[in-house]
Design a protein around this ligand. Structure first.
Ligand code: GLN
Length: 506
């Protein structure tokens, strides 16, 4: 039962030579072959390449001093198909990049494969250009939720979430622009974290909305996520928004994360931790927005956290109600600019029938992009256009600042903030796909975190009567990833929601 083991357990087995990376990789490749046709979590696999890398990892393990070896060497991982990976097809879920083979590695891929020695087992399905909350906008077909194949896994990192939930990989990368790590983690019973903006390099990560995009870990537990995050983060001079060492104390961040995955059992309680509860997320008003079963699970989680020593304080985020509206001005604005590079000239899809250059551009973009991406480009171009810029884009930027300020105020009175992750359980495939606004509201609890650039995570805290996973969100102050993961780790040592596998894929 290798696939029921955590990354930390698998790492131990690799080091003790109880198993080789080739065997481990083959085990997960077999599961992909068996389950992926039902779930559609992977767009591309390359077993030969994966096994070759596993062999290299085995050589590293046999040669290296154990102390100089990363705990991740030889561990299989699923990579969201938004990361350029050398010699791998990198599609970003779009027809536009259906046949694009990346000529270089994203920094995240480089760090995980070449420095840590992990083994990529495939590229995971996602909403087209990471725009969506259900994985239904992917050109490569929707992904199914392993807990109920009629339901969506969430999005945009739905392929990564489903891959780990069905244990086709022990851990995965995701990216989060407005909730795309946390919401699918919540819908698939995983632990996932979006780091402080600028902590993980965006180099080679296909851009959606550059001022919001961040990559992060999606895994079985907080401890595993701490381990992966530790290997992902760091200053990168090739990303102009990467935080330089003067502005981020990387050494301390690494130490704090290490403390979690090296002493997973030792942080026994949450004494002294002040958890803020935003009135906007818990008041009467919210009961209309949020599924009652989710609110109940959060209530139960509060009691558990209290038992572990945490205390609760009421806080307020007065402008948070404006976050979805501001996001759907700002993210499309940035997307419309980022996506202008797909013009059929340098790479990607090019229409076959055109009579002149103008038509080549038009047809390429009309045929290469899906409906949701076009909607975003249209909105983005509109809000940036002369005459509307002041009315929309500038206003949204001001709201963004007010929301960030709200969090600064809130963190004067608490250490972390608690909320639901998603207002609804995993919903039926097709249920929201014709109602964009309904779909956009999937992120009401997560989007403010991206606007403010803060770290946020989701972790399992229950199941509905129908057996669907429920997640809670913890939001931290800048650079407080370890505080979030430690809180989650203590909670996970006392609960076992994160250990329950989907029945048919156990
Ligand atoms: N669901 C949000 C959107 O569609 C967020 C996506 C994301 O975080 N990549 O834009």
């Amino acid at each position: 039962m290798l696939h029921t083991k955590s990354v930390l357990e698998l790492s131990q087995m690799l080091r003790n030579k109880q198993i080789s990376s080739v065997e481990l990789t083959q085990h997960f490749l077999n599961r992909i072959e068996k389950f992926n046709p039902q779930i559609n979590a992977f767009i591309t696999t390359n077993p030969q390449q994966s096994l070759l890398n596993a062999k290299l990892a085995d050589e590293k393990i046999s040669k290296a001093e154990q102390t100089s070896l990363s705990l991740l060497t030889g561990i299989p991982i699923a990579q969201k198909d938004i990361f350029c990976a050398k010699n791998w097809r990198t599609t970003c879920g779009s027809k536009m990049l259906e046949n694009f083979i990346a000529p270089y590695n994203a920094t995240v891929i480089n760090k995980l494969e070449n420095i840590a020695g992990m083994v990529s087992v495939g590229k995971t399905n996602m909403d087209e250009f990471a725009m969506g909350s259900s994985n239904e906008t992917s050109y490569f077909g929707n992904v199914k939720n392993p807990f109920d194949l009629q339901c969506v896994p969430g999005g945009s990192s739905g392929g990564s979430a489903a891959a780990v939930a069905a244990r086709m990989a022990p851990i995965a990368t995701g990216t989060d622009t407005g909730g795309s790590i946390r919401q699918p983690a919540s819908l698939c019973s995983l632990t996932g974290l979006k780091p402080t903006y600028g902590l993980v390099s965006r180099y080679g990560m296909i851009a959606f909305a550059s001022s919001l995009d961040q990559a992060g870990p999606m895994g079985q537990s907080a401890a595993d996520c701490a381990l992966l995050l530790d290997a992902m983060l760091g200053f990168d001079e090739r990303d102009s928004t990467s935080l330089p060492p003067e502005n981020a104390d990387y050494q301390k961040i690494h130490e704090n994360l290490k403390n979690i995955f090296e002493n997973t059992q030792n942080n026994g309680n949450l004494n002294g931790l002040k958890i803020g509860l935003p009135t906007e997320f818990f008041g009467d008003k919210n009961t209309e927005n949020c599924d009652p079963e989710i609110l109940q699970a959060i209530e139960n989680a509060k009691q558990e956290l209290q038992k572990l020593g945490a205390e609760f304080v009421e806080i307020s985020l007065p402008h948070i109600d404006l976050s979805v509206a501001a996001y759907y001005v700002l993210a499309p604005a940035e997307a419309s600019s980022n996506l202008s590079r797909y013009d059929g000239v340098r790479y990607g899809y090019r229409s076959e029938n055109y009579e002149n250059l103008e038509q080549m551009y038009e047809k390429t973009r009309a045929e290469g992009f899906g409906k949701e991406v076009k909607r975003r480009i249209l909105i983005g171009t509109y809000v940036l256009s002369h005459g509307y810029y002041d009315a929309y884009y500038l206003q949204a930027q001001k709201i963004r600042r007010l929301i960030a300020n709200d969090f600064v105020e809130a963190f004067k009175n608490c250490d972390v903030i608690l909320s639901p992750t998603s207002p609804s359980l995993a919903f039926k495939i097709g249920e929201k796909s014709n109602n964009p606004v309904q779909m956009y509201l999937s992120d009401i609890y997560t989007i403010g975190v991206n606007l403010a650039g803060l770290p946020g995570m989701s972790l399992p805290c229950g199941f509905s009567k129908s057996g669907l996973p429920i997640g809670m969100q913890l939001i931290g102050n800048y650079f407080d990833e370890a505080k979030l993961l430690n809180t989650a780790n203590v909670y996970q040592n006392a609960t076992d929601f994160h250990k329950q596998l989907p029945r048919d894929f156990a």
